[in-house]
Design a protein around this ligand. Structure first.
Ligand code: NAP
Length: 362
C-alpha cells in the first residue's frame, strides 16, 4: 500500500495515514511528545490539527514539539471556529476544567485571517500546508471565506485550501468558487467522518469529490477506538466519544461486539494483525479516500495503526467486511423521533433533486 500520495490534483504530497492530534490534553506532555515522535518515525508525517483542539493548546504543543524539524512534516490545520467571542451560530458548548466554553462558527473573512495568523504563531511556522474550513458558517457565503483563504495563499501563509463537514451542495459551491484558479490551486480536499460504521458519505460526497479529483481525508476511522478489541475485553469501556456519541449506547454496543467478533477478529487472526489495524486498513483500501486521519494515545497504538499499510487485505475480505458492517442496524440517532428523521431524509432528497435539476440545466 502506497505510503505517500498527492492530495488531489495538488503538488502537496501527504502520508496516506494522517496523524490526528485532537484531544491529547488528557495526557502529560512527555507521553504526547513520544506518541507524536512514534507517528512521524512510522511515516505518519502529515499531522491534522485545528485551533479548536484543546482551545489552541494542541497547536501550541505541536509548535513546541516540532520546533527545528518543521520541514519533516506536513501541517494540516483549520479555521472558522471560535470559543472566545460571542459572534456566530453556536456549534456546541462544553465544560472544560470547570470553565464553560461555547464554540461558534465564524467564517467572516477577517476572522479567517485572524485564525490563520494565530495558528501560524502557535505552530511556530510561516505556512500551513493545508488550511480547511472546519465547519461551514451558514451566515457567511462560502465563497467569501474561500476568497480570503485564496488571498492568504497568495501571501504564502497557506499552501492549499480544503473544506470539512460540508453538505454536498456546499462542496459544489466550494469547487465552483475556486474553479478559475490555476491548475493545482483549486479546492484541494474534503475532510469528513468515514469509517466502517459511518458510511453516509458514500451516497453523494465521495462521488462528488471523486468527480472533482480532490483529496479525501477520512476522520474518526476507528470510531474513537470502538473498532478494536476494547469492547470485547471490557464491556463497560467508555472512550472520549462515549460522552456524546450515541454509537456507544447499549443496544449499539451489543451489535458492535457481535460484528467485531464475527467479521473483524477472524481476519485479524488470520493476518496476525490487531482488529484495529484491519478496521483502519479497510478505510485505507477505499479508492475514493486519500488518507484516513487516525488518532493514537500510545506508541503501541501508533504501531498498530501503521501496520494497516501492510495489512494486505484481499479484495474479497474488503468487500465482505464492508457489506457486513453496512448491514448492521446501528442507530446513531436514538434520541431522534421517526418524524425528525423522516424530515431530514426529505430535506436531503429535495436538495439532491434540486442539484440534479441544476446539473441537467447546465
Ligand atoms: N474535521 C473534523 O470535524 C474532525 C472531527 C473529528 C476528528 N477529526 C480529526 O481526525 C482525527 C482522528 O479522529 P478521532 O480521534 O475522533 O477518531 P479515531 O482516530 O477513530 O480514534 C482515535 C482514538 O482511538 C483509540 N485508538 C487509536 N489507535 C488504536 C488502536 N490501534 N487500538 C485501539 N484503540 C486505538 C485511541 O483512544 P484512546 O485515546 O482512548 O486510547 C485514540 O485516541 C482527530 O485527531 C482529528 O485530527 C476531525
Amino acid at each position: 500500500m502506497t505510503r505517500r500520495a498527492p492530495l488531489g490534483g495538488t503538488d502537496l504530497e501527504i502520508s496516506t495515514l494522517v496523524f490526528g492530534s485532537m484531544g491529547r490534553s488528557r495526557q502529560d506532555a512527555r507521553t504526547r511528545a513520544r506518541v507524536l515522535d512514534a507517528a512521524i518515525d512510522a511515516g505518519l508525517t502529515s499531522i491534522d490539527t485545528a485551533p479548536l483542539y484543546d482551545f489552541g493548546d494542541v497547536e501550541s504543543f505541536l509548535g513546541r514539539a516540532l520546533d527545528g524539524r518543521r520541514e519533516r512534516v506536513e501541517l494540516l490545520s483549520k479555521v472558522g471556529l471560535r470559543w472566545d467571542d460571542d459572534h456566530g451560530e453556536v456549534l456546541f458548548a462544553t465544560e472544560v476544567g470547570g470553565r464553560r466554553r461555547t464554540v461558534r462558527r465564524d467564517s467572516r473573512p477577517h476572522a479567517i485571517r485572524r485564525d490563520v495568523e494565530e495558528s501560524l504563531e502557535r505552530l511556530r511556522t510561516d505556512h500551513l500546508d493545508l488550511c480547511q474550513i472546519h465547519h461551514p458558517d451558514r451566515r457567511v457565503p462560502l465563497e467569501d471565506a474561500l476568497g480570503e483563504l485564496d488571498r492568504l495563499r497568495e501571501e504564502g501563509k497557506i499552501r492549499h485550501i480544503g473544506v470539512s463537514n460540508v453538505e454536498p451542495q456546499e462542496l459544489e459551491t466550494g469547487l465552483a468558487s475556486l474553479a478559475d484558479a490555476a491548475p493545482g490551486r483549486g479546492l484541494a480536499s474534503l475532510q469528513l467522518h468515514y469509517s466502517l460504521l459511518e458510511r453516509h458519505a458514500e451516497a453523494e460526497l465521495l462521488p462528488l469529490a471523486e468527480a472533482a479529483g480532490i483529496g479525501v481525508l477520512a476522520y474518526t476511522p476507528l470510531e474513537g477506538g470502538a473498532l478494536s478489541t476494547r469492547f470485547l475485553e471490557d464491556a463497560r469501556w467508555r472512550g472520549a466519544r462515549a460522552e456524546f456519541d450515541p454509537l456507544f449506547a447499549p443496544p449499539n454496543r451489543a451489535l458492535l461486539v457481535e460484528a467485531i467478533t464475527q467479521h473483524l477478529a477472524p481476519i485479524a487472526r488470520e493476518l496476525d494483525l490487531a482488529v484495529s489495524s484491519v478496521a483502519l486498513a479497510w478505510v485505507l483500501a477505499q479508492p475514493r479516500v486519500t488518507a484516513p486521519i487516525v488518532g493514537a494515545s500510545s506508541e503501541a497504538q501508533v504501531a498498530e495503526n501503521a501496520a494497516a499499510w501492510d495489512a494486505g487485505l484481499s479484495a474479497d475480505a474488503i468487500s465482505a467486511i464492508g457489506s457486513a458492517f453496512a448491514a448492521l442496524p446501528i442507530d446513531r440517532h436514538p434520541g431522534d423521533t421517526l418524524a425528525t428523521r423522516a424530515r431530514g431524509k426529505l430535506r436531503r432528497l429535495r436538495e439532491r433533486v434540486a442539484r440534479l435539476r441544476r446539473r441537467g440545466g447546465r
